[in-house]
Design a protein around this ligand. Sequence first.
Ligand SMILES: [Zn+2]
Length: 378
Amino acid sequence: MSNELIDLCQEMISIPSLNPQDRQNFQTPYGEEQMVHFVSDWCKTHSLDAEIQPVANQRNNVIVSAPGQDGSKTLLLCAHTDTVGTDGMTIDPFKPILQDNKLYGRGSCDTKASLACMLLAFHHRVNAGPLPYNLMLLASCGEEHNMIGAKTFAQNHGHTISAAIFGEPTELKTIVCHKGSLRLKVATHGKSVHSSQPDAGRNAIYTMAKEIQKIEAFSHQRQKETDHPLLGHETLAITMMDGGKQLNIIPNQCQAYIEWRYLPKHNANDCREALSKVLESTTEINILNYFSPMQTNPDHSMVKQCRQSTDKICHHQKVEGVSYATDASAFDELDFPKIILGPGNIAQAHTKDEFIKLDQLKKGLDVYKTYLANDWGI
Ligand SMILES: [Zn+2]
């Protein structure tokens, strides 16, 4: 197995790049800055054209590009440079260890393995001869929190992209869809009075109790009505609640929070709208945040070529859906085929002893190389 690939992956694991979440000023191990410089230096050393794209304070993307014979289309390869935190880890997160044909360390699986494979495949393809179309690689920051890197890239360059592959641990299955995720705050209002005279007020918790029954019935209804061949049913549930301020005051407000995993044909607003129809008009529903779903036609020629590549290297042609969101959500308003495909198993992502199997790592590079050797089907 090419030491170049293992070395590259090891080097990236040894660079801490924890997502800083909402921290304003931070330093190592938080932030992607060292990774950004590492990737851009690696590209320069390998004579690839890399540019640093500013995203926010101390936050940057790296964009690598190579021109194609036909400049009217561009294929994007995308993998994020940040990782989740290290709390509770049982291994040294930044000291990559090779053991039992596995490479251990934070980010090994999610998603420095994909990034290493994509960089090497990019370099290999550029040196193999003229490209059919433009090829671009985005090493994005911030995927593990709010996808600011991919969102910034999509705003500035999204219109130039014709198709994209997102490197995440899919065990080299071709993923063509994922659910969207929506977080809502539902609030009921009442009138506060002293608890010795409850009839003089209006109890927001009692109002919410009735709304909760409707939300539960609505969730069962949606589950029955929604079905997707690869993603199954929609789900939604109240996951948190609060209301009232003091034991001897009739509460004038109550809040319930909903986590909703919706299917590709819907969007956050129409979900909110559907819920509002079953609740009282005085009940407030606010969208806290959402990540859009992704859906690519499984018969698209790009999907076929990805499947042919996994068939050749891994002897399977699996097309599946997943339940987690990715950087692909940032491109939801851009109508081009999007695929998630990368080495490693999602079960090892974010874990206390994260690892990537060397076999997956090697096959990851081979799958990308095989796909890029064709005309990409875009
Ligand atoms: Zn990831």
